[in-house]
Ligand binder design. Structure first.
Ligand code: HEM
Length: 521
């Protein structure tokens, strides 16, 4: 040994070194103990939770590891499986995503009501199914929670008042006219069968862009980067949901889908920010009074209303907040309404007798076509489920408790198809929505727009648009099923049909054609 080696060896035996090693060992032991304690706690919490969940029936699992994972696919068969579950369990059942994550599936108004009507603080939204929308929609109403959501919901509610919505009816008419003029041209050129989802989505996007931004992109006739970006974002979010590995942000941003998502987000955000900034600058330049005067005789759009909105302390919304809300309306308003409209046209194609009756008046306060829209929203709810997290125990009317910490999947589709609530759930019975017949139904037997504090803020807008589009469509066309393209339901962010929803269109004579606009170049 050299001198330095021997001095090193001698250092090993110094008290300082011994203390260091002992301290390290102690720290390691403490860490181990802490980890074991935490594991023990988690195990105990898991065990207690399992015990508390035992009062909910559980369908047989695939195996202990997967639980029920993958048993309900996003397919026609998956929807039929939900029908079976609802038929067998009636009220609710327990579902396991792997060995650790229990989900309570609720499909009876009595199970659903206490959760949906609970305050948004006790039953906030769960983001398991919405998280991928965040980079696009930011902190808009759909995705925000807590104090921010409360403030924004209060400020935005007046934007959906009937008086504000009235002028939009003209916009719905115009957008529908453009769609019908296109249909007439396509039918004349030999394409009598059209994919309703594609056609109607473009029309609802056109309407929304005019109602939200007062912007006419002519997207039904020519391609628009902004509208193409929204359609792309919607389909990318769905694709990501199906690819478990890409749920991880880091990986997703390295894939071509991730790049496309980012590019489309940039396009949408650029458009929105540009409109909001320009409008804000005009408001600041002119001042509130002169600016309001400049709007007289014009349609006040959502951006105007959001710019003028003030909270109780007189505070405005920031430009960033307004942009997030506008992006949210564009997303939440187009696909849902397009789904609602496509399915009502499909249901009327299945029932020509109802289609004929839509032209006549019903013998009650509600027009027959509105009853058809409601029955179609029952049979084919555009949003098939919503989820909530219980931050406190929630008691059910039968005495059972939804334990704190669990996620509830509120099945709108399941409730609408529950034989305990609807005698023949799969049969289309429009007259059930005659107010005389629906008196004894529990309030949440029908809830296409969800219910409670986080229900759909845009439901009046959506119903108004669907009524206008349906009335004009049935005035001008007969819709028939395209037997060569069978319809298979596909629940994604909204309820679609695999490979589109194709219907034959028959124009109802030349009188309607003369009232439609010529195509714009
Ligand atoms: C047939 C058409 C529509 C259906 C079926 C529908 C359905 C729903 C449902 C079920 C929810 C609750 C989501 C949840 O709890 O997770 C919701 C929320 C929402 N909807 Fe709609 N919607 C429709 C149209 C619209 C339209 C046209 C707009 C806006 C222009 C809109 C804006 C919103 C917003 C902002 C929320 C979030 C509300 C909040 O959390 O405070 N919806 N919608």
């Amino acid at each position: 040994f050299s001198r330095s080696d021997s001095s090193l060896l001698s250092m090993e035996r110094t008290p300082v070194h011994a203390y260091t090693i002992s301290a390290l060992l102690l720290a390691l032991l403490a860490l181990l103990f802490h980890t074991l304690l935490q594991l023990g706690n988690s195990w105990h919490r898991y065990y207690v939770n399992c015990q508390r969940l035992r009062c909910f029936p559980e369908p047989p699992r695939r195996n202990w590891l997967l639980g029920h994972l993958g048993m309900v696919g996003n397919t026609e068969e998956g929807m039929q499986f939900v029908d079976e579950l609802v038929g067998r369990y009636g009220h609710s059942c327990l579902w396991w995503f792997g060995p650790w994550l229990p989900i309570l599936r609720l499909f009876h108004p009595e199970a659903v009501k206490p959760v949906l009507l609970e305050s948004a603080a006790i039953a906030p939204k769960d983001y398991t199914f919405y998280g991928f929308l965040k980079p696009w929609l930011g902190d808009g109403l759909l995705l925000s929670n807590g104090a921010k959501w409360v403030r924004h919901r209060r400020m935005l509610t007046p934007a959906f008042h009937f008086d504000i919505l009235k002028p939009y009816v003209k916009i719905f008419n115009q957008s529908t006219d453009i769609m019908h003029a296109k249909w007439l041209r396509l039918v004349a050129s030999g394409s009598t069968s059209l994919d309703m989802f594609e056609q109607v989505s473009l029309m609802t996007l056109d309407s929304l862009q005019k109602c939200v931004f007062s912007y006419n992109s002519n997207c039904q006739e020519t391609s628009s980067d902004y509208i193409a970006a929204i359609l792309e974002l919607s389909s990318l979010v769905v694709r990501r949901q199906h690819r478990l590995l890409l749920h991880w942000d880091f990986l997703y941003h390295l894939t071509p889908d991730g790049w496309r998502f980012q590019r489309a987000c940039n396009t949408v955000h650029r458009f929105t920010a540009d409109v909001v900034q320009r409008r804000h600058q005009a408001l600041n330049r002119l001042g509130r009074e002169a600016w309001l005067k400049s709007k007289q005789g014009k349609t006040v759009d959502f951006i105007d209303i959001l710019l003028l909105a003030k909270d109780e302390d007189g505070q405005d919304l920031s430009e960033e907040d307004i942009a997030a809300e506008a992006d949210t309306f564009m997303f939440e308003g187009h696909d849902t309404t397009a789904s609602g409209l496509s399915w009502v046209l499909y249901n009327l194609a299945c029932h020509p007798e109802y289609q004929k009756r839509c032209h006549g008046f019903s013998n009650c306060s509600m027009p027959f076509s509105t009853m058809c829209i409601k029955e179609s929203l029952r049979l084919h709810p555009p949003v098939t489920a919503v989820s909530r997290r219980c931050t406190e125990d929630i008691k059910l009317p039968d005495g059972r408790v939804l334990p704190k910490g669990n996620i509830c999947l509120i099945s709108i589709y399941g409730t609408h198809h529950n034989p305990a609530v609807w005698p023949e759930p799969q049969v289309s019975l429009v007259t059930l929505f005659n107010p005389l017949n629906s008196k004894n139904k529990p309030p949440l037997a029908f809830m296409p727009f969800s219910a409670g504090p986080r229900n759909c803020i845009g439901q009046n807008f959506a119903m108004a648009e669907m009524k206008v589009v349906l009335a004009l469509t049935l005035l001008r066309f007969t819709v028939r099923l395209d037997e060569s393209r069978p319809v298979r339901r596909k629940p994604e962010l909204i309820l679609r049909s695999e490979n589109g929803l194709w219907l034959h269109l028959e124009p109802l004579g030349p009188s309607c054609e003369s009232r439609l606009p010529a195509p714009r170049s």
